[in-house]
Design a protein around this ligand. Structure first.
Ligand code: F6R
Length: 615
């Protein structure tokens, strides 16, 4: 949601903090601000809009020199318009305490009223500002900054990461987390706080996970972590297995272009070490035993957005290979329903960031009903893996563009691995059948590479459709979630009306939308699925007869669709269940190119943030 950086060390804090914010800007870009401490003075600077506005302001009016302690914030607005006044950091009345925040403080209205009654003047519309004033009071009462933060946290309701500094304590930055991400970077004579490791990866790859309801005290010479009551807390250190180049554009105009291009490697990395020399799958890191998996009698997948689409595809694979009933739920709906779960239900939560609040809440809802919990996650040290019994990491590397691409493909690989592993341990497929499918899966990086090599006509097509008002997407079977994903990419990047439909549903209503020239993209299943294939060919004819401009994605050599396709996009022939790995890529390229042609920033689409840490 918002991006947070804190720094204590010997380098100019403004540079470390602003560079860190640049790497976190994907989390929100409504405003940006910094607080710096030098010679006992706390200075803040903040500007509405993207980070470049703050950079310009700092260039015009440089902050006090010599500050080696600071913090910064990039905002995705929740409470209060995205203007200078509501930008973080927020300070108390005396300007000696500054706070930045990610999340929502649900009882802020009561706290604010209480503070105003005691004579505080609050100048912003945010929920955050109340925290600055509360801290100010605690410090006036004699508490040191870490203790003041603990006291204040005990009074807060909701989800929050807070980082604070105080003019009277020139050596310390403090942070706190509840239901919102915060990681510690451990350097030599310097330490960092950030919403994610990419903010400090240029300085250190040693990191520390913070648990729920913990307060961290960051000094040059060390880090102390306690719970909200001040009791020392147990923390886990880890080494980040990617470096700074992974979090840079590497010559591409946009992160999204780089991330699309990285997909063959991301798919290969997610398979790495999971296929034994005998072709058997080993998913030991999953931390759920084979015996427990044999007891599972129902699977429920919970996720949001693109990750939900990965879940929809998983359903087909799990039912087909593992022979288990599988439901797929939007996490935000699941948690407010009364799902029927038991100890033998396996709930799989899919989340790139591992911080999506809806997904975390769905997991907690399932935990209350004693289900087994498995996370599929891309970010080491995030909250989801800690809330689940087991985790299967995708190895996409950092995904920085707001629209998910490589994470989606690796989520597909993860769900295929889980479905095949279930088939292996439960014996629903013979060993040689699992082995054969695993070999085909292992060949997918090469197939994805082939798709990427042939994308120029797709880019041309996208540019030619930049003036359209609406695009429809159709698919059947696993092509249906691919159609949903294609539509989501186009909506979020090009701000166009786009909808995905199950092709068989068209005649039950949506076909009324078809009019002369309307572009309709159709994902065609492999010819080997003859009934399914022929059904969709009929659907293409139906819409073409009504004037649609048909853009057909079909496997190489599928000549049967050519007569009905105004544009034919060919992808390598692969088994039906694996087809989303190759059919999604042209849709990503299409949306990215069309949005760019309309002049949009595809890395930072309007109104969005990479990780949605509020409900
Ligand atoms: C769309 C997109 C979002 C995310 C969704 C879930 O391109 O990126 O729809 O997929 O917000 O995010 P995670 O996977 O981090 O839980």
């Amino acid at each position: 949601m918002c991006g947070i950086v804190g720094y204590v060390g010997s380098k100019p804090a403004v540079d470390v903090v602003v560079d860190g914010l640049a790497r976190l800007e994907y989390r929100g870009y409504d405003s940006a601000g910094v607080a710096l401490l030098a010679d006992g003075e706390l200075a803040t600077a903040k500007r509405a809009g993207k980070l470049v506005n703050l950079r310009n302001a700092l260039a015009e009016e440089p902050p006090p020199a010599g500050s080696t302690l600071g913090m910064g914030h990039t905002r995705w607005a929740t409470h209060g318009a995205p203007n200078d006044r509501n930008a973080h950091p927020h300070t108390g009345c005396g300007g000696t305490v500054a706070v930045i925040h990610n999340g929502i403080i649900e009882n802020f209205a009561a706290l604010r009223a209480e503070l105003e009654e005691r004579g505080h003047e609050l100048v912003s519309d945010t929920d955050t500002e109340a925290v600055a004033h509360l801290l100010e009071e605690e410090i006036k009462d004699g508490a040191a900054l870490p203790e003041a933060l603990r006291r204040v946290c005990r009074r807060l309701e909701g989800a929050f990461t807070l980082v604070a500094m105080e003019a009277g304590d020139p050596d310390t930055v403090v942070g706190a987390r509840r239901n919102s991400p915060l990681v510690v970077g451990l350097g030599e004579g310097e330490n960092f706080l950030a919403s994610d490791v990419s903010a400090f990866i240029a300085h250190t790859r040693n990191a520390m996970e913070l648990g729920q309801d913990q307060v961290v005290e960051l000094r040059r010479d060390g880090v102390t972590v306690t719970d909200f009551d001040g009791k020392p807390a147990e923390v886990k250190e880890y080494h980040v297995d990617w470096d700074v180049s992974a979090a840079e554009k590497g010559g591409y105009d946009y992160f999204m272009l780089k991330e699309i291009a990285e997909q063959p490697r991301a798919v290969a990395d997610t398979l790495l070490g999971r296929i034994g020399t005998d072709g058997r799958l080993t998913l030991d890191e999953m931390r759920i035993t084979d015996e427990e998996l044999r007891e599972v009698d129902k699977i429920i997948i919970v996720a949001c957005g693109t990750s939900y689409h990965a879940g929809l595809i998983a359903k087909y694979a799990i039912e087909h290979w593992a022979g288990l009933p599988c439901e797929v739920e939007l996490a935000s709906e699941f948690r407010y329903r009364d799902p029927i779960l038991s100890r033998t239900t396996l709930v799989i939560a899919i989340s790139q960031s591992g911080e999506t609040m809806d997904a975390l809440m769905a997991v907690r809802h399932a935990r209350e009903q004693h289900a087994k919990l498995l996370g599929i996650c891309n970010v080491n040290g995030s909250t989801l893996p800690r809330e689940c019994d087991g985790v299967l990491y995708t190895h996409a590397g950092p995904e920085i563009a707001v629209a998910s691409t490589k994470a989606f493909l690796t989520q597909l690989v993860a769900v295929y691995l889980i479905a095949l592993y279930l088939a292996q341990v439960r014996g629903t497929k013979w060993g040689d059948e699992v082995f054969a499918m695993v070999q085909l899966l292992a060949a997918m990086p090469e197939k994805v590479e082939k798709v990427l090599e042939t994308m120029e006509p797709v880019r041309e097509l996208a540019r030619s459709l930049a003036g359209e008002k609406s695009v429809l997407f159709l698919g059947r079977h696993v092509g249906f979630p691919v159609a949903l994903e294609g539509a989501l990419k186009l909506k979020e990047l090009a701000y166009m009306h786009a909808e995905g439909f199950a092709a068989g549903e068209l005649k039950h209503g949506p076909i009324a939308l078809i009019e002369e020239g309307l572009p309709v993209i159709v994902v065609v299943p492999p010819r080997a699925r003859d009934v399914l294939h022929d059904k969709i060919v009929s659907n293409i004819q139906e819409i073409r007869a009504r004037g649609a401009r048909t853009i057909v994605i079909a496997e190489d050599g599928d000549t049967s669709v050519a007569p009905y396709a105004d544009t034919l996009i060919s992808v390598p022939a692969v088994p039906t269940l694996l087809q989303p790995l190759v059919t999604t890529v042209p849709l990503q390229v299409f949306a990215c190119e069309l949005a760019t042609a309309k002049g949009h920033d595809v890395d930072q689409p309007r109104n969005l943030a990479k990780s949605v840490t509020v409900e």
